[in-house]
Design a protein around this ligand. Structure first.
Ligand code: 3H9
Length: 698
């Protein structure tokens, strides 16, 4: 038998122990071992029951995702499940840690299920662009009904043991060693002469309005297809005999396996785990971190303080005036009360976080013993240098001095201190206690253990941390500036901001660029345009109509008007009728005859601009790996997860065709559309961005 399954005999019970660290994924060897183990148990004289348990931290985390996209090898998982369920012996699954996807499907094929109180179960296949493919869409509805099944399968939500018990997914919840409680349960079942209980033999679930459920799920998925497909699979459970339902599920699963969305989502899954794994940090120990100083208590500073308090750090926040310091305390308390209301923290924790763990002060001396300080003050180099000068004077040796700047030169800030090796950029995204992305900006002289500490902090704050080099805008905002410019050009040439927003929402973005502008505040872009005006390349096309929107005091959502008009009490806005008038006037002034854009062309140009800039950043070493860029866009800029990120999207489209389009666009605007040298190189070599990820992992 495969060494992934250990067979032991305990009285009249055969124990199959899955040993495939770290999470007992159902690799080919595990599947073979389970089938062989069942056969051995059935041939073993006197065995009356089989107990399946997992070794280590989980029962089973699901199918082995690394095998997806390769030729599947027999036995296939649905057949393993069938073999377990069809056994004449009573089969018990004893579940601890997670039982996910195929792991839960193995458990659903057992005749009885017992779980630890801390166990979690779920069917997260939709997060991989798939549906369950080993019977869960057919068995779960028979066990717990259609509504609960659709909830779990279409959302991928994981439930704790108590809810699983209440729903009827597990039969018993008992604390103890999984093998011991499983054996005791199996012995009880044998003693009670409990019947073999195959879920597939239970009655088919009642029908619902399947088309309505399908349409609703498709809408909610914002372009993601697998959750809606899951509705059709559950429908098959209701309408078809079990074996035919299994075939229908298998076909849908295999069809989804062939989709770009499946590839994109699995790329996202592995990239999320690889992004914090930097070759340059192997063996580098982070510095100790217990207390964090924050300079500035506005929305950003208060958000960072909230995140740090929630992660268990002590926080000292500095403001310039007492009233501002107290206002910052109020903002933090407001953020934390949100966490309290949602049940994320207890009242006791809330009280401690707003009192003992938080100090607000107007005196820099209060920072003398903190381990790391994050400055979140006004974006102005002189102001920053002044702050860093003060920090340099009061902070203890070895303390890390971080700037939350979103574009300023961290090398210059570092050079203004006597300890540039301790200076780093930690670029949070607002609201900082909610947004998952953290750019860890490594300056020329930043010490490796300071970088490692930036990543350790990100992990403690439950963020996705991405390494970035120094340039205007780092990874995210520099790419944003470029694709936003592509959108601006399309508006000048004939598209409307509303068509562009809609095309990009249809592509899968959470919001289009003009709605995002309104949300962030149009004054930000206005200030950036003014800042860059002096150094602007003469060939650069910059529209002036957005300045006119701002000159009227309209900065977007916060003033109630921008590209859209926001009526009090309504969600989202309606197009602002003044905007097309301003655009028409500017086109007339520039002598542009507007032309029509299709939604497809809008998306193509927008994405081409994004990928081209990203490839320039990679070539310059600002981002080290394509997957770093993918994670920045996914976690900071609302990029649709099912495309995996812009670099994965580009690979899926094919780089030669994308480069050809960029070269075509360059005929009209050679300056903006200059192809990235790295993109040209990859096309010439017949390689992809993912090849660069693989090179980096070697
Ligand atoms: C499925 O089951 C389809 C079936 O319906 C039908 C089939 C026919 N495979 O996340 P972590 C690796 S679809 C391979 O850092 P945690 C992971 O990459 C599957 N590898 O730890 C990492 O490797 P490394 C449905 C896997 O404690 C290491 O394990 N199941 C798998 O924070 C540790 O992972 C899922 O979607 C896997 N299935 O979280 C579950 N799972 O150390 C996906 C993990 O080299 N997995 N690895 O970076 C998870 O949600 C989390 O990993 C888990 C542990 C909660 C299990």
């Amino acid at each position: 038998m495969s060494d992934k399954i250990k067979y032991t005999r305990k009285g009249d019970i055969a124990v199959l122990r899955i040993q495939n660290p770290p999470v007992n994924a159902l690799s080919h060897a595990v599947r073979e071992g389970l089938v062989a183990g069942m056969a051995q148990a059935e041939a073993d004289a006197g065995v009356k029951a089989v107990l399946i348990v997992g070794e280590g931290r989980a029962f089973i985390a699901g199918a082995d995702i690394t095998e997806f996209g390769k030729t599947p090898l027999e036995p296939y998982l649905p057949d393993v499940c069938k073999c377990i369920e069809a056994s004449p012996l009573i089969v018990v699954a004893s579940m601890h840690g997670v039982s996910l996807g195929g792991g839960l499907e193995i458990a659903l094929s057992a005749h009885y299920r017992i779980a630890q109180p801390s166990a979690r179960v779920g069917l997260p296949e939709v997060h991989l662009g798939l549906i369950p493919g080993a019977g869960a869409t057919q068995r779960l509805p028979r066990l717990v009904g259609v509504d609960a099944s659709l909830d779990l399968i279409t959302t991928g939500r994981q439930v704790k043991a108590d809810e699983a018990l209440q729903l009827g997914i597990v039969d018993k919840v008992v604390e103890g060693d999984p093998e011991e409680v499983g054996l005791a349960y199996a012995e009880r079942l044998i003693a009670d002469a409990a019947p073999r209980r195959a879920v597939s033999e239970m009655p088919a679930p009642a029908a619902i309005d399947w088309d309505a459920a399908y349409d609703g799920t498709l809408r909610k998925g914002r372009g993601q297809i697998s959750p809606a497909q899951a509705v059709r699979a559950v429908q098959a459970a209701s309408e078809l005999p079990f074996d035919q339902g299994m075939l229908a599920e298998r076909k849908m699963f295999m069809d989804l396996m062939e989709t770009d969305q499946r590839q994109g989502m699995i790329h996202a899954f592995f990239s999320e785990r690889a992004v914090g794994n930097l070759p340059e940090l192997k063996g580098v120990e982070p510095r100790a971190l217990q207390s964090i100083g924050i300079i500035g208590g506005g929305t950003m500073g208060a958000g960072i303080a909230t995140a740090a308090l929630l992660a268990g750090f002590n926080v000292v926040l500095i403001e310039m005036k007492l009233e501002a310091a107290e206002a910052a305390r109020g903002r933090i308390a407001g953020n934390l009360s949100g966490a309290l209301k949602r049940g994320k923290i207890t009242q006791m924790k809330y009280d401690a976080m707003t009192t003992i763990a938080l100090e607000v002060s107007i005196n820099y001396d209060s920072l003398s013993s903190v381990d790391l300080v994050i400055e979140a003050v006004f974006e102005d180099m002189d102001v920053k240098k002044d702050v860093f000068g003060k920090l340099d004077a009061v902070c203890k040796p070895g303390a890390i001095l971080a700037s939350n700047t979103s574009y300023l030169d961290i090398d210059e800030i570092a050079a203004s201190t006597s300890r540039p090796a301790d200076v780093i950029g930690l670029h949070f995204f607002s609201p900082a206690h909610i947004m998952k992305l953290l750019e860890v900006v490594v300056a020329d002289k930043t010490a490796p253990d300071v970088v490692a500490t930036g990543f350790a902090l990100g992990k403690a704050l439950n963020k996705i941390s991405v390494r970035a080099g120094v340039c205007d805008g780092f990874i995210g905002n520099r790419i944003l500036a470029t694709y936003r410019t592509a959108a601006d050009h399309m508006v000048l040439d004939g598209a409307s901001p509303y068509q562009i927003d809609k095309a990009l929402v249809d592509f899968g973005f959470a919001m289009g660029p003009f709605a995002v502008g309104d949300l962030a505040g149009l004054d930000i872009g206005w200030a950036t345009r003014k800042r860059k005006a002096a150094t602007r390349h003469p060939a650069e096309r910059v529209p002036t109509y957005p300045d006119k929107i701002c000159e009227g005091g309209n900065f977007g959502q916060k003033t109630g008007k921008g590209f859209y008009v926001y009526e009090a009490g309504t969600r989202g806005g309606i197009p602002n009728p003044e905007v097309p008038v301003l655009i028409d006037a500017e086109r007339a002034e520039l002598g542009i005859t507007p032309r029509d854009f299709t939604d497809a062309e809008i998306t193509r140009r927008y994405m081409a601009a994004m990928v081209n800039e990203a490839a320039k950043l990679l070539g310059e070493g600002i981002a080290k790996r394509p997957l770093d860029i993918d994670m920045v866009l996914l976690f900071g800029y609302g990029f649709p997860r099912y495309w995996g990120g812009p670099m994965k999207w580009a690979d899926l489209q094919g780089l030669p065709a994308l480069l050809a389009d960029i070269e075509t666009y360059a005929k009209d605007d050679a300056w903006f559309w200059e192809p990235a040298p790295l993109l040209k190189q990859l096309v010439a070599e017949g390689r992809s961005f993912d090849d660069l990820n693989k090179d980096a992992a070697k």
